[in-house]
Design a protein around this ligand. Sequence first.
Ligand code: GRF
Length: 213
Amino acid sequence: MKIAVLISGRGTNLQSLIDAAAAEELGAEIALVVSNVPDAPGLERAAKAGIPTETIDHRDFEGREPFEEALHSALSGRSIELVCLAGFMRLLTGGFVGKWRDRLINIHPSILPAFKGLHTHERAIEAGVRFSGCTVHFVTPEMDDGPIIAQAAVPVLQGDTPGDLAARILAEEHKLYPLAVRLIAEGRAKVAGNKVEISGTAEAPSPVVNPAG
Ligand code: GRF
């Protein structure tokens, strides 16, 4: 399966996908990395791995549709089958999302549907939740919405700063995104209505309690 990764910034999730592909654990080939930010550090990561890159700067376009047309033709031009948003900081219109329906996924640093949007870690700490985490989901026109493929939970600890929590979650993101891509590439994750059906999983994970006692 040919995948594209869309980034806007540092690209650590991109790196986790690059590493998984190099270890032959992704079940997919990263055929293109697109950034809407010309100097995104993630572009360097892709170049180092020998992956073709394109910068499509949204500021060069009059409005979202022309930007998305350029994006769509870059993706179609490389026969991309799955698009992975990885810290891609542009909202996509319903038109674009519709064209890539069930072939467009995103990673978000919370256990959706809790804490959609920005500043998730501050808000999780503020809310006093005992767990937060990350979600990989198919993209629908609503922000941080859509059928959930995989989630990881981490404890929120006493005295955590947003940075502490972000780092704990990011380490899980780096395992979760390659897993989710592999499930799709292997045909084991299928959208069924507003949910995703996963086939052939190992035994169910154990429940976790925080505080531990
Ligand atoms: C990650 O926390 C991801 O969940 C969110 O944006 C951040 C991107 O980080 N959507 P990176 O660019 O992959 O390092």
